[in-house]
Design a protein around this ligand. Structure first.
Ligand SMILES: CC(C)(COP(=O)(O)OP(=O)(O)OC[C@H]1O[C@@H](n2cnc3c(N)ncnc32)[C@H](O)[C@@H]1OP(=O)(O)O)[C@@H](O)C(=O)NCCC(=O)NCCS
Length: 251
């Protein structure tokens, strides 16, 4: 008789867990969705200024709930080793407080990940944003063999830019964009290499890394570098906002 299937055997990425001193990050499960919607509806940013490339927080509550769920379900379902996305639920004391997303396009060639995130306003300004971003950088650099991490933020988004700066990202470009239709903005593109990454003083505890490597890296012979100076040359520019716009875009 064959062993009965479990959700984790059907979708091995569900075994992935990143633990920081205060937070746990794990790929979004359906049972997280109601609390994630409530976290978003409780407010993420003042209404006057839209930090995201897609103004998804402007939607009425029912629409926002629908869009948040379908965006993450769809990205998950369409993930392949060539183009993948992991939306991590950020849990504080077991309760979802936001999302940290990591995406990669042609990871095996570029060895670069892009991130986006949000936290419910009540949980902002307490160092969680930095802690969750550091978690996914440690995972990408040390477990997946990434060489670069990229992100972007609008030029007025002090919190997002501060998180990036504290972790060692540097500006690599600026470009005009729109946060809402007809609202011109300036987007700052940022990048940090594995060697430039300013590591936190704490250690990340990872479970499910082997399953993640199998799912995301296919059977590729990917050597995870061990020396901080070890790098491969950058072969591509920052992914444009238009190709990475998302519902976490979200950063
Ligand atoms: C961006 C975001 C995820 C950052 O998370 P956070 O928990 O608020 O940030 P942290 O508390 O980790 O702060 C990190 C650093 O930014 C600084 N910072 C935080 N808010 C700031 C603000 N409004 N102005 C200036 N600096 C700020 C902190 O002082 C801290 O620096 P330090 O480590 O030297 O003390 C969160 O603020 C958020 O969800 N914002 C709304 C959505 C958003 O803008 N997402 C990103 C779109 S690009």
């Amino acid at each position: 008789m064959t062993t009965p299937s479990t959700l984790e055997s059907v979708w091995p990425l569900f075994t992935l867990r990143l633990r920081t001193p205060r937070l746990e990050l794990t790929p979004i499960r359906d049972e997280h969705m109601p609390a994630l919607v409530d976290a978003a509806l409780a407010g993420i940013h003042p209404p006057e200024r839209m930090p995201f490339g897609v103004p998804w927080t402007d939607a009425p509550p029912a629409r926002l709930a629908h869009d948040l769920a379908t965006y993450h379900w769809s990205r998950r379902a369409k993930s392949t080793p060539q183009l993948w996305a992991i939306g991590f639920t950020v849990l504080l004391d077991g309760r979802p407080i936001g999302i940290q997303e990591v995406t990669a396009d042609q990871f095996l060639d570029r060895r670069a990940i892009t991130s986006g995130s949000w936290l419910s306003a009540a949980h902002q300004g307490r160092g969680f944003g930095r802690e969750m971003r550091a978690a996914v950088l440690l995972f990408a650099f040390d477990e997946l063999g990434a060489q670069y991490a990229e992100t972007n933020a609008l030029d007025w988004n002090a919190a997002s830019l501060a998180v990036s700066a504290r972790l060692g990202y540097r500006e690599v470009g600026r470009q005009p964009t729109e946060s809402r239709p007809g609202v011109p903005e300036t987007q700052i593109d940022l990048r940090v290499s594995r060697a430039e990454f300013i590591r936190p003083h704490w250690t990340l505890t990872v479970s499910g890394a082997e399953a993640a490597r199998r799912e995301l890296l296919e059977d590729a012979e990917l050597r995870v570098p061990t020396a901080p100076g070890e790098e491969i040359p950058a072969d591509a520019s920052i992914t444009s906002r238009s190709t990475q716009r998302s519902a976490t875009d979200h950063e």
